[in-house]
Design a protein around this ligand. Structure first.
Ligand code: GLU
Ligand code: ZN
Length: 551
């Protein structure tokens, strides 16, 4: 007759509390009906992946939509894979994009909430208490197999459908008490395994909130729940943490679907009510006509720091993530142009089963749109904050004369049809370079249909007519007036009807002036650009352009 209590005490002399103690320490949450408690539970093994941010955002949104709670838990049970600043990468990455948790790990040495600690390495005693209970109940046992023994089992299973530690392969499942006692006293290294009561011919089903009903065979493996170093495996920690933190919905990557039968067995063995699952398919990317996973290795945009370095505002990233998170978001946005994202009725069930498609071109369009709607002060604050870290020269230019900078950034902004030029702050320097001689180098190249001699003539007449005091209407009337004497027509329709009669139309004349002043064919409103540059600078640039065409 096995004396489970004796073995449990032998393995866990350090455990002084019982499970009841923790059940009482972490009581059920008093939340409103239907409130969801979710968590993001990354391992601090590298930078925050876009897919991680995406999953965290889905968790946060579903909690928010139900007046629930979104937690951040750090899963650092695998110390070998951990990187030094892993935790700050995650915390900073989430908060940079407005996905900060309500509870859990908030900073390097900062936790919030009464269900902690939220870092698994600090929960060692909790896990051991629950493993001890399983040993007491005969649902877990010590396994003394060495890595070589396991390797041998692995070899023998070459032709088996099911691999792992079960049935005749589970050598330590029925060791005698004496042997166990002897080996533990002897100081032999051991793990603790679940004693599975699953049957491969039986099925479990569960309703995945994203993928729908899933049917799988029961778990039969006596998996390791406590490693030789006394630290639990991911599977065991998942069951204990999500139970004690009173998580209701686990939103995670679909690489974990295969583990659900095990997780359900663990929840049941521990006497816990299983959580609800929502498994997210990986984010895909189109390539060479096919699709592949967004890859950490191949795609710089897979790393969340990419968006920080390029200067994409949180609003843009959120807006884009939502467009690929829920297929009905774009329609909602059309009907609710000014509404805050938090008002969108997010639904896990509307997430893509096959994997959302990531498209950088679309991302940039979304971002341009979001930025175009920001007021000038917001844009100015964002850019200077970004430039402080990533572009000192730009920072100096913009902060030396903030009124000028804001005037520039406000051209064609704060109106019902703002221009959509900027996708990220990294583009700003080039966007406004012609306003600052410090970073501007002129390029007077003309489009093919305009001759240098004509450009020269246009600029001569323009320099004479330009006063710097004209209203926008007066200014444009003057441009029209100089068309005909130069052989161009002020009337585009007239030009289209008889193109052979003219050298070009008023658009070409404006282009010549625009190029002289900005070196570009396409800019925001030229009238305002000249106002900001001032009359002297405008005339100086026109003269320089004329010299260039003369030369
Ligand atoms: N630490 C696990 C991972 O990073 C978490 C999986 C889960 O959310 O349960 O993949
Ligand atoms: Zn064994």
């Amino acid at each position: 007759m096995t004396d489970c209590n004796k073995i449990a005490n032998l393995i866990f002399p350090d455990v002084s509390e019982d499970c009841e103690y923790y059940e009482n320490l972490y009581p059920h949450r008093e939340l409103s009906e239907g409130a969801r408690v979710t968590r993001f539970a990354p391992s601090p093994t590298g930078y925050l992946h876009f897919g991680g941010l995406y999953a965290a955002f889905a968790s946060k949104l579903t909690a928010q939509a139900t007046n629930g709670i979104f937690m951040l838990r750090i899963e650092d049970t695998d110390k070998k894979r951990e990187i030094e600043d892993g935790i700050s990468c995650i915390v900073d990455g989430l908060s940079a994009f407005g996905v900060a948790p309500d509870e859990g790990v908030m900073g390097l040495n900062e936790e919030k909430g009464s269900y902690g600690p939220y870092i698994q390495s600090k929960r060692r005693q909790i896990y051991r208490t629950f493993v001890k209970k399983l040993v007491e109940e005969g649902r877990a046992y010590p396994c003394f197999c060495s890595p070589e023994d396991l390797e041998e089992i692995h070899k023998q299973q070459e032709n088996e459908d099911i691999k792992g530690y079960y049935g005749k392969y589970a050598h330590c499942r029925d060791l005698s008490d004496e042997e166990i006692e002897e080996r533990i006293k002897n100081g032999d290294s051991f793990t603790v395994r679940l004693r599975s009561i699953g049957d491969i011919s039986r099925k479990i089903t569960f309703d995945d909130l994203i993928k729908g009903k899933i049917e799988m065979s029961e778990n039969v493996n006596d998996v390791v729940i406590l490693k030789a170093d006394g630290i639990p495996t991911y599977h065991f920690a998942h069951a204990v943490d999500d139970h004690l933190m009173r998580t209701s919905h686990v939103v995670r990557g679909d690489e974990w679907v295969a583990s659900v039968p095990l997780h359900i067995e663990l929840f049941k063995a521990l006497g816990f009510k299983p959580v609800k699952y929502a498994h997210i398919a990986p984010i895909m990317k189109e390539e060479d006509g096919g699709k592949r996973k967004l890859s950490k290795r191949k795609d710089p945009e897979a790393n969340v720091s990419y968006y920080i370095e390029k200067g994409y505002p949180a609003e843009s990233v959120q807006e884009y993530i939502l467009t690929i998170l829920n297929s009905n978001f774009e329609d909602w946005r059309k009907g609710n142009k000014e509404e805050d994202i938090s008002k969108f009725p997010f639904n896990l069930k509307k997430m893509s089963v096959s994997g959302a498609l990531f498209d950088m071109v679309k991302f940039n369009d979304v971002s341009k749109n979001v930025i175009s709607k920001m007021d000038v002060q917001t844009v100015y604050n964002y850019i200077t904050k970004w430039a402080k870290d990533y572009d000192n020269e730009l920072f100096d230019l913009l902060s030396q004369d903030s009124e000028k900078a804001k005037a520039i950034l406000n051209i064609d902004r704060e109106n019902p049809k703002p221009r959509k030029d900027i996708a990220c702050w990294n583009e700003v320097k080039n966007y406004l370079s012609y306003f600052y001689n410090e970073i501007y180098s002129a390029d007077y190249s003309l489009p093919e249909n305009i001759k240098k001699a004509d450009a020269l003539m246009i600029l001569e007449k323009y320099a004479d007519a330009y006063s710097g005091k004209d209203s926008k209407e007066e200014w444009f009337a003057k441009i029209k007036d100089l068309c005909e004497p130069c052989g161009f027509t002020p009337n585009v329709k007239e030009y289209k009807a008889e193109p052979e009669k003219y050298k070009g139309h008023v658009g070409d004349v404006s282009s010549v002036i625009r190029i002289a002043i900005t070196s570009r064919i396409n800019t925001p409103d030229l009238y305002y650009i000249m106002q900001i540059l001032g009359k002297d600078e405008v005339i100086r640039r026109i003269n320089e352009a004329m010299n260039n065409y003369r030369g």
